[in-house]
Write a protein that binds this ligand. Structure first.
Ligand code: C2E
Ligand code: CA
Ligand code: CA
Length: 795
């Protein structure tokens, strides 16, 4: 009866479900061949495919083969697929996960084992009684044995249903529950349709026979349900989909860069982090400029050979917030191109917390200044740097003098406030290159990391001292606390942080014992000279501003006539702070720090002014000699300054004589000569002071436009007792006259000196014997007495 047409019809009828099931099997296994549930599902669907193929063959071949194919191909597939199907359901739902695989496997293959047993023990007839042609269908007839196995199969299918139902109930996540529910429904539809089909077959039996083949088509239905489930509910997501999902919902920001560092892809978290679209942008361009180069350098040197791990960068996001990033990368290759997959973590919070802890560990909570720990570290590294770069550094330890008063009278709260205020003021007076810390209590420490001269340190200490001079206002009351300071200098006072602090502390104690409100160096010898010098400098500046200087004048007389022809102007300083200070003490200091220039300028102006007064008031001309220090003479505008003073006062320059020391000219003979010539042109006289103490010879003096030579005081004192002094004085006078210079003797204290010098034919002299340096008024009196004597002499 089977015509070619019928066969073609049958073939097409089978082909569609076969192809569909095969495709489903392949899709499943391709998604993840490594996972058991994927493999079980694949095996099940593949066995169902085979089942349909065998069924198709059975229908196409003549009726004689029907039972053979059914027995050895179709039914084994049916029972095996039922077994793998159960295993799949168990695995997918996690049901009976505690039970060993062996047991589960045995249970799942009970129908198959029963079937095989019957076949082996009772033979084929126990399973299939006969076969017959029903229309176009070749149908096998069930015997009792097969009926029994079929019942087992139904029970097994029921297990699938129960297992999925259980899974629906116990599912914890929504997605899980959804999947289980759909799996349950698939099984339900399958079972129901099979039962329905069998029922309909039985009912319709008297009229129409429905071939058993139709039941097998139902398995295709199961496949369809599975396929829908897979796609709609992501039952078995593919690896890619799984990662896509992860990528989309990942709390870490992920970007993919190409080999040019351009972002090809970025997940939503990354876009959120940067606050801007990232695709197509250069990753380096997003970073802060300071980090850009570092990233590019790493990228260019390492990519694609090595990934970047745990790199920290920062950037400013679209909202202007500074964000710290931790970047981990992975190098991936996709279609012959290398890419860099970067996972970015926002570690700003962590960094802030770290910084906060770091700050807390290294800062004093009251004043917010660095603490002792910080200073010790800082000092240690500063010492290292000083050692390497061969410079000095200094530590100043400050201890408040009367801090206890505040605590005792106002209480601790105001004590704290006082400390904060002092910390603030101290920081304010100190520059950028100082570091300050609070050591605890009322002790502070200042580090000067690079020092080249002691003056720098003293200057800083002076500035700190000024802070304590200002009153501290607390609760409307003024407090003068005062501070004692100790100073140590690396490497002289110590080479370790510990020893420098300890020695500064010792010096501080010494300052405190001396009455406080002062600073002390650990090096005691330096203390006196340096500290005094620095104090002197401060007072000198004040003296210049406040005009604390005056000039006194000492008469200079002609030795032959004993007539006063001139005076030497000598500076006097009556300091408000230090009292009367001798020029021998402050002139060298002023020369060292350069203050001699403004002081000298004042002397010139004042001497000119006085000379002009005498020029106008006295009957005889009186020359005024004034002292010029080496440093002054080296000022390029010195002559100009003198000129201006002369013009301003209106004095006759012929009445002025500038005394310069020989040492100030011999070292710079050329420039000195030039300067002196300029001065001569102005019209003033030049005299060499303190002659004989330096090392110049008279021959040098012949080259200079000078008019007189002053023999130093030291040769005149006790000239009456010391023969060699007499000889030197004699030689200077003789040789001086030889080159046509006038000779002046200084320090003539008694009549003996006077007589000797007169005998040696010295021209002029000055000294206590003729008159001490006195203010202008007194000098005028002296001058009139001398004039009277002179007139008397003449008379
Ligand atoms: P100098 O130029 O050698 O000044 C003479 C010093 O000898 C003066 O000391 C004077 O008071 C002192 N003197 C005068 N007669 C006698 C005497 O008979 N016996 C003794 N033992 N001493 C006598 P003074 O005023 O203390 O000045 C000391 C030095 O300070 C001066 O030495 C001079 O080098 C410097 N000086 C004074 N005034 C000025 C000034 O206006 N400018 C500069 N650059 N230096 C000055
Ligand atoms: Ca002099
Ligand atoms: Ca002198």
């Amino acid at each position: 009866m089977n015509s070619t047409f019928a066969n073609a019809l049958l073939f097409v009828l089978f082909l569609v479900p076969i192809v569909f099931l095969f495709d489903t099997a392949m899709v499943i296994i391709k998604r993840n061949p490594r996972k058991t549930e994927y493999r079980l599902a694949f095996t099940t669907v593949f066995l169902l495919t085979l089942l349909l193929i065998f069924e198709c063959i059975q229908q196409l071949l003549p009726i004689d083969y029907t039972n053979l194919i059914a027995l050895y191909m179709v039914y084994p597939c049916v029972f095996l697929s039922a077994g793998t199907s159960l295993l799949f359901h168990l695995h997918q739902t996690g049901f009976a996960s505690g039970i060993r695989y062996g047991w589960k496997g045995t249970a799942a293959f009970v129908p198959f084992l029963t079937y095989t047993a019957i076949l082996v023990i009772w033979g084929e007839p126990a399973l299939l009684s006969a076969s017959e042609q029903q229309g176009i269908w070749n149908v096998e007839m069930f015997a009792e044995g097969l009926m029994a196995v079929m019942i087992e199969l139904m029970a097994l299918s029921l297990c699938n249903l129960l297992v999925t139902w259980w899974a629906v109930r116990k599912s914890e996540s929504n997605l899980e529950r959804l999947r289980s529910r759909v799996l349950f429904r698939t099984n339900l539809i399958f079972q129901a349709s099979v039962i329905l089909l069998i029922t309909v077959t039985e009912i319709l039996k008297p009229w129409v026979t429905v071939p058993s083949t139709f039941i097998f088509f139902m398995t295709a239905l199961w496949g369809v349900c599975l396929r829908i489930l897979m796609n709609k509910y992501q039952l078995w997501p593919s690896v890619e989909t799984r990662y896509r999902a992860l990528y989309q919902i990942s709390p870490a920001a992920i970007v993919m860069m190409d080999r040019y560092g351009m972002i090809q892809d970025a997940n939503p978290r990354a876009v959120h982090l940067f606050g801007t679209r990232l695709q197509g942008k250069a990753f380096a361009g997003l970073l802060d400029p300071s980090d850009r180069e570092r990233f590019l350098h790493r990228f260019l040197t390492d990519f694609p050979h090595a990934a970047l791990l745990k790199e920290e960068y920062s950037f400013t996001n679209a909202q202007g917030r500074q964000v710290s990033l931790l970047l981990d990368t992975e190098i991936i290759r996709s279609s012959d191109e290398w890419y860099l997959l970067g996972v970015l973590q926002d570690i700003s919070r962590m960094k802030e917390e770290e910084a906060r802890l770091e700050h807390m560990a290294h800062h004093d909570s009251l004043t917010q200044l660095p603490n002792r720990l910080f200073m010790e570290k800082e000092l240690t590294s500063a010492i290292q740097a000083a050692k390497e770069r061969r410079h000095q550094l200094s530590v100043i330890l400050i201890d408040l003098d009367r801090f206890k008063i505040i605590n005792d009278t106002l209480g601790h709260i105001y004590g704290d406030e006082a400390l904060c205020k002092i910390a603030y003021s101290l920081q304010k007076v100190m520059g950028e290159d100082h570091r300050m810390a609070r050591l605890g209590g009322d002790e502070f420490i200042v580090l000067l990391p690079e020092v080249n001269e002691y003056e720098q340190v003293i200057d800083c200490a002076e500035r700190i001292l000024q802070v304590f001079k200002e009153p501290l206002l607390l609760q409307g009351q003024e407090f003068f606390l005062g501070g004692s300071m100790g100073i140590s200098v690396y490497p002289f006072d110590g080479t370790s942080a510990e020893s420098l602090i300890r020695h500064a502390d010792m010096a501080m104690y010494y300052a405190k014992k001396n009455g406080g409100d002062q600073y002390r160096l650990h090096n005691k010898e330096l203390n006196e000279s340096l500290v005094q010098e620095m104090q002197m400098e401060r007072h000198l500046r004040y003296a210049i501003k406040e005009q604390e200087f005056t000039l006194v004048y000492q008469p200079q007389v002609n030795l032959q006539t004993r007539q006063m022809y001139g005076v030497e102007a000598l500076i006097r300083w009556n300091s408000a702070a230090l009292g009367a200070v001798s020029p021998e003490d402050f002139i060298p200091v002023a020369e060292k720090n350069g203050l001699i220039v403004p002081i000298g300028e004042w002397v010139v102006q004042e001497a000119c002014r006085q000379a002009k007064l005498w020029q106008d008031s006295l009957p005889v001309p009186l020359t005024v000699s004034l002292n010029v220090s080496a440093k002054q003479l080296r000022q390029p505008n010195f002559a100009e300054m003198v000129m201006t003073a002369i013009q301003a006062s209106g004095v006759n320059p012929k009445l002025l004589c500038l005394e310069i020391t020989e040492s100030s000219v011999v070292n710079h003979l050329e420039s000195a000569k030039y300067m002196l010539e300029e001065l001569i042109r102005i019209g003033v006289d030049i005299s060499i002071d303190d002659f004989g103490t330096g090392y110049s010879s008279l021959s040098v003096l012949t080259q200079l436009p000078i008019s007189s030579i002053k023999i130093d005081r030291s040769f005149i004192s006790s000239i009456e007792h010391q023969h060699d002094k007499l000889e030197i004085a004699k030689a200077i006078i003789t040789m001086g006259h030889g080159i046509h210079k006038r000779i002046v003797a200084e320090g003539v204290e008694n009549v003996k000196h006077y007589q000797i010098l007169k005998e040696l034919r010295c021209d002029t002299a000055q000294g206590y014997f003729f008159g001490k340096p006195v203010p202008p008024r007194e000098l005028e009196n002296l001058l009139f007495t001398s004039l009277r004597n002179y007139v008397e002499c003449l008379g």
